[in-house]
Write a protein that binds this ligand. Structure first.
Ligand code: ZN
Length: 313
């Protein structure tokens, strides 16, 4: 207990000077806001698809889990994004994960806390818990990010102190899963021009909001690239389909094991865009005051350029 107090004090003192970043941001023009909005929608779409692929992988590979499946799927998605964007050696690669955790924070501010829609017994963690879980793994992947984020609103020091270990353990779990089920190169060769086990299906979008995010998604080829990559890496024993569809206004995404299909509602992606607009309307000055956000996204958010916002690698 006493050791914990010492560690907390030490970490607080280490983090203190780093948090002293000026909290000012210039207004962004329409093009800059559009770019940010698109990045926000795609980052959250990527996390959503990887989370659902987590459910699919746990199902078809019959993966043993110690914790709730929803938390395990979040962990898998976060670690895959950390590895994909090389956050361990490139702090700027964490920008997409900051947008993902921001979404959970927005969810909490906009819906969770206000309306208590999520009961405590739900199989999903509360949005605000997901915010801290993702931050812990993402910051824990890189010592610079961890030092900068410790004792800020992204990561209270009591949690942050052990986030490097949390990340290391989660990464080992992902590597274990991959080692158990990776596609052997010789098998891939023997099968020749086999049909992909992971396939995409896009329904025609309904309504202007769904149409807009549909166009962003198709142009990016994000989902197709993720499905191709996971198909090449893992030896999926059965086909799994991803259906990007309209859900009548319900912002949802889920995996249905009976039909081995991941459903991603365009309505959910449109909702990401609405929450991005809501956040932009509040201005970015408070975000600029956070040393990690300032360093990784400062220029894009219009943080005071005189103070060194650099989006640096
Ligand atoms: Zn889930």
């Amino acid at each position: 207990m006493f050791g914990q107090v010492i560690r907390s004090l030490l970490a607080f003192c280490l983090a203190l000077p780093l948090a002293a970043v000026p909290a000012s941001a210039r207004p962004l023009d329409k093009d800059e806001l559009d770019i940010l909005r698109t990045e926000y929608v795609l980052a959250n779409a990527e996390f959503t698809l990887l989370h659902e692929f987590g459910h699919a992988a746990f199902d078809v590979f019959d993966v043993p889990l110690f914790s709730r499946e929803e938390e395990a799927a979040d962990t898998l998605a976060t670690v895959l994004m950390v590895l994909n964007y090389d956050v361990q050696s490139r702090p700027s690669g964490v920008d997409r994960l900051l947008m993902v955790s921001a979404e959970w924070h927005q969810e909490w501010e906009a819906r969770g806390r206000a309306t208590e829609l999520k009961p405590y017994w739900d199989e999903h963690p509360l949005s605000i818990v997901r915010f801290y879980n993702i931050n812990c793994l993402a910051m824990g992947a890189n010592q610079d990010l961890l030092s900068l984020s410790l004792d800020t609103k992204l990561l209270p020091v009591e949690r942050g102190w052990f986030c490097d270990r949390e990340f290391a353990r989660a990464k080992r779990a992902v590597e274990w899963l991959y080692s158990q089920h990776r596609r052997a190169p010789e098998v891939a060769k023997r099968r020749g021009a086999r049909l992909p086990m992971l396939s995409m299906q896009y329904d025609k979008p309904v309504g202007p909001d769904n149409r807009h995010v549909y166009e962003i998604l198709r142009r990016s080829r994000l989902f197709d690239r993720i499905a191709d990559r996971l198909d090449g890496l893992m030896d999926w024993p059965v086909p799994v389909k991803v259906s990007v569809t309209n859900c009548g206004g319900s912002p949802d995404a889920f995996y249905k094991s009976q039909v081995r299909t991941i459903f991603i509602c365009l309505d959910l992606l449109a909702d990401f865009g609405r929450l991005a607009d809501r956040r932009a309307a509040e201005g970015f000055a408070e975000l600029c005051a956070n040393p990690v956000i300032f360093r990784v996204m400062g220029r894009r958010l219009g943080c005071d350029s005189d103070s060194g916002a650099n989006d640096s690698p």
